[in-house]
Design a protein around this ligand. Sequence first.
Ligand code: CA
Length: 645
Amino acid sequence: MKLVRNILLLLFIMVFLSGKNEKSPKNVSEVSISNASLERVEPPNWWVGFKDISLQLLVKEENIGNSKPSISYTGVTIEKIHKARSRNYLFINLKIDKNTKPGKFDIVFTFDDESKKTHTYELKARQKSADDFIGFNSSDAIYLITPDRFSNADETNDINQKLKEITIDRTDGYKRHGGDLKGIKNGVDYISNLGFTAVWSTPVLMNDMQQGSYHGYAITDYYQVDPRFGTMDDYKNLADTLRKKGMKLIMDQVANHCGLEHWWMKDLPFEDWVNDQKNYEENIDNWTYKAAKFSNHRRTTNQDLYASESDRKGNTDGWFVETMPDLNQRNPFMAKYIIQNSIWWIETLGLGGIRQDTYPYPDKDFMSNWAGAIMNEYPNFSIVGEEWSYNPLLVGYWQTGVKNKDGYESNLKSTMDFPMQKAIIEGIKEEESWDKGLVKLYEGLANDFYYATPKDIMVFLDNHDENRMFTALDEDFTKAKMALSYMLMLPRIPQVYYGTEILMDDTENPGDHGLIRTDFPGGWKGDKVNAFTGEGLSKDQKSMQYFVSKILNYRKTSEAIQEGKTIHFAPFMNTYFLFRIKGNETVVHIINKNEDPITIDLKRYKEVGLEGKTLKNIITGEEYIWQDSILLKAKGSILLTSKKS
Ligand code: CA
């Protein structure tokens, strides 16, 4: 037995050696080509036919920095290869000629010992022409959703054991609740019936964080959907479902920071990939709140003629919070990475817009290049940037076309109207006096003289970071209707936060983020109240839903509201009249704060030219002839149109 075993062993060694001999170093290609995919090549694919013919590939793989890549594909050239500080990265600059055909090719990485690894890369054909990516505009009304809190259509994805935060707890406002992309998709009919034409969901990309992962703003992989929100196909299905209804999908993107658990944080490619990196790397095993150098949040340093350099850097280079490393967009590889990531998502999902988070925090020259690169590829696209400021000068600074003293051109089409939001809430809420109440709406809107294009600004009453509108207005139903109807009449792009149409509140603890992002009733199995069907809603909630749907469905085809001229009159006897006019269509919005019936002389509004015209109440359908005076029977808002339906 022993002899047999030894002979077998000998035979085995001979076969092994002969095999080894065949694969001599002279025949390397057969020896050690590894076709196993590399750890990462990003973007994971690209397209032919962009105006910008350059493409930067980030390659991450152990020791890949010690290899030399080569490509053999007509129309694709390696322009430059960059090694990084970490030898586990390689940055490859490709040139994709205009006439390059879509297809797959191998990138072959040859190492010093002549071993090789290959990666198959794909250049796809674009699905539609660049001009057909139409961004949101003043013809749209946007419904904002916090996806974890809207609807849980797939309970199987609620918990993912491979990720760091595995708890799900609907009683805790800061834990995951299970809402997902399929839930949003299931809600598209509801959203569309309300009259909305666009959906903005807060981020759904991978947030593999220890805690607080539900909010999505600590991205740990810019090319992956968080599996707790669903799959890439779920995201594409949502985009398709919206597109088929003529609706737009707006993606929430974050260029300022990533999540601390981002895959690159353990092995940063360059010494300046994130800001304050040295400090982070020295304290990496004991990274705490104390170690982090935070942003001073002095956002005015972007505009301030007198800002010190230290204040300016303090704003842009500090970390947003200790779990969100501040990306250094002055590193050209990082800059290109972020730009390409945005374009990759626009092309992959056929987006109808981007909402960019924390706009005044990244390097502002980079932000101009970023927006410029996108608008260069997609001239009809829209991006809205978040400048959370109540100062119109700051909001206006970031909008393309404004003449800034420092010459800054943002390339950004849309900004957010925090000033008007504050003016509406305060003005509706306050008792009337010379400088309080409705005059705040009147004077707030007067600030439009400063904006480059007021109609491209996004206006709202509440969002995922702020008091629910109903709470901010002391849960006064009449005031809620006044505020909402006025907001929807403005020369703007209106955005409504999910649940505002059913008067959701955060009154129990105003401002608490968990409460602001409460679960939408009917989105979870067993919910007793269902806002999708109306089951269990109160009379006021149903009334508000109806009110919103009436206004928005009118707005959908109203050229006067979407792009008409605006005329308003100074508040008078506790009333405020606003007109939107285009051709034969005049829409009148009246706010009346008087508790008792009041008759208003209409001679004051003569210049609008409505005398003798029959108008129709947009909500009730009642007809009204515009003559000498109007009797306002009750406190509230009235919407009239001259359009014959
Ligand atoms: Ca789920």
